[in-house]
Design a protein around this ligand. Structure first.
Ligand code: IDP
Length: 142
């Protein structure tokens, strides 16, 4: 299987619930390695840029307000099939539709306050990782 990197964000609702450790533990137990990690408070501009592809969607302003409502933990996860594995661990966007045992089923409150973000494809993973991290900030574990 392909070694991949993906961007994960633990969103403000999950940080506020003190669920950072529980969520990272799920990544590690599934065989993903954290190769970069930081807590940041996103500016409006940074959040808008990150979600630029959703700019025309009706929920865009609410999404940006939510993502700037408190600190987030941004990480790069590395491992076999990391992009799909992370999406599987996260569960469906709407926690009501997320499979039992997934992060969103266990920690999300609603479709907007849904605990985590994960890149959805190799191209978006590459763009999103470099949106938050320089090469020097990523520490491959081998
Ligand atoms: P994803 O995070 O599962 O990849 P996307 O469709 O890319 O889902 O949407 C990005 C984020 O926008 C979601 O995680 C969620 O926070 C928010 N979002 C998506 N759809 C809705 C909606 O219908 N209402 C409110 N927020 C939404």
């Amino acid at each position: 299987m392909a070694q991949e990197r993906t961007l994960s964000i633990i969103k403000p609702d999950a940080v506020a619930k003190n669920a950072v450790g529980d969520i990272i533990s799920r990544f590690e137990k599934a065989g993903l390695q954290v190769v970069a990690c930081k807590m940041v408070s996103l500016s409006q501009e940074k959040a808008e840029g990150f979600y630029a592809e959703h700019r025309e969607r009706p929920f865009f302003n609410d999404l940006v307000s939510f993502m700037t409502s408190g600190p987030v933990v941004v990480q790069v996860l590395e491992g076999d099939n990391a992009i799909a594995k992370n999406r599987e661990l996260m569960g469906a966007t709407d926690p009501k539709k997320a499979e039992a045992g997934t992060i969103r089923a266990d920690f999300a409150t609603s479709i907007d306050a849904n605990a985590v973000h994960g890149s959805d494809a190799p191209e978006s993973a590459q763009r999103e990782v470099s949106y938050f991290f320089s090469d020097e900030e990523i520490c491959p574990r081998g």
